[in-house]
Design a protein around this ligand. Structure first.
Ligand SMILES: [Fe+2]
Ligand SMILES: [Fe+2]
Length: 324
């Protein structure tokens, strides 16, 4: 979203000239230094989770779709999803950090400003993983035993990093853009939303805004290196990666829906249990796939690289996820 970038990145001098690629890296460093935050002193600030409050806003958790659920049950389901949110980001940031370190190699003996921007981004992703591990432990302290997060970050990273850089950077831009959509969801006034979680969305977004700019620069740079045939193969790999993300979401949505049903002190009918499962899976697909791929900025960058036929292949793949 351009407005977000403009909010964080200082205005350019009054000139019609577009910033050079070098200048865009430099601006990311400048903003990264200015908004730099620390886990304890800025985000957590000695607080604990208040387990009477939601962790995710309804716009992300979709718990308000479950008309038969009580307010307390909706709060609990949003907390389960919040814990999974922390674990999902810990997971994706594992391969994002590794891929950014890898592509930084191209700048080792080149533009040192580009190198610094990518090193800062990697450092921030390592910090984010620590933040999300911390949030998982804090969530565990107030939730009944039995929650499990099934996908393993290193297993997933090994699969993802086996794909072409073009495909991985495309998925990464999608992810870094949807953190911005998630921040926007959390701004909506919701008296039941945990203030600590609001801050997580705010602080994560502040650093992810630069990451999305860097992803775009690196993705375009990689795109220029590819032949038409290599790009065509990479489009298929991007589709495979999105399908792999959906596979993870299906497994975790079932685990989280089952945990919810087991922990709530009443019996749900089979129909209600199916609705709970479908709502959690739909929420996860929204959170981790569609809130990014529908972003106009993602569509503009992707659209500038691919042919109409490749775009149709991607749309068909996304359509099959939406209706699965
Ligand atoms: Fe992050
Ligand atoms: Fe990031």
């Amino acid at each position: 979203m351009e407005a977000v970038e403009e909010t964080v990145v200082p205005a350019m001098p009054a000139t019609n000239a577009k910033p050079s690629v070098h200048d865009r890296y430099a601006r990311c460093i400048e903003v990264s230094k200015r908004i730099r935050w620390e886990i304890e002193t800025d985000v957590i600030r000695g607080r604990q989770f208040d387990f009477s409050m939601k962790f995710l806003p309804d716009g992300l958790s979709k718990v308000s779709d479950l008309k038969f659920a009580t307010p307390a049950e909706r709060v609990f389901l949003s907390q389960i999803q919040g814990r999974t949110y922390a674990n999902m980001f810990g997971l994706v940031e594992r391969f994002i950090g590794a891929k950014i370190l890898e592509v930084s190699r191209d700048h080792w003996l080149g533009d040192q400003v580009a190198l610094e921007a990518l090193v800062r981004m990697t450092d921030e992703e390592l910090k984010h993983q620590e933040l999300f591990r911390r949030l998982d432990r804090m969530a565990a302290a107030g939730m009944p035993a039995g929650y499990t997060f099934l996908p393993q970050p290193n297993d997933v990273a090994n699969v993802v990093l086996g794909k072409s850089t073009w495909a991985v950077l495309g998925l990464t831009l999608d992810i870094e853009l949807f953190t911005q959509a998630h921040y926007r969801s959390s701004i909506e006034p919701d008296a039941q939303l945990s203030p600590l979680w609001k801050d997580v969305f705010l602080f994560h977004w502040k650093e992810e805004s630069q990451h999305a700019i860097l992803d775009e620069l690196e993705w375009k740079r990689e795109n220029e290196r590819l032949s038409a045939a290599e790009r065509d193969a990479a489009v298929d790999e991007l589709i495979e990666l999105v399908a792999a993300v959906d596979g993870i979401l299906q497994v975790q949505a079932k685990a989280d829906a089952d945990y919810f049903v087991q922990q709530v002190k009443r019996t749900f009918s089979m129909e209600e249990q199916q609705a709970i499962h479908a709502t959690v899976l739909g929420a996860y697909r929204w959170q981790y796939i569609f809130s990014g791929v529908q972003d106009p900025r993602f569509l503009a960058v992707l659209g500038s690289m691919i042919t109409p036929a490749q775009g149709q292949r991607i749309n068909a793949a996304l359509g099959s996820i939406g209706s699965a």
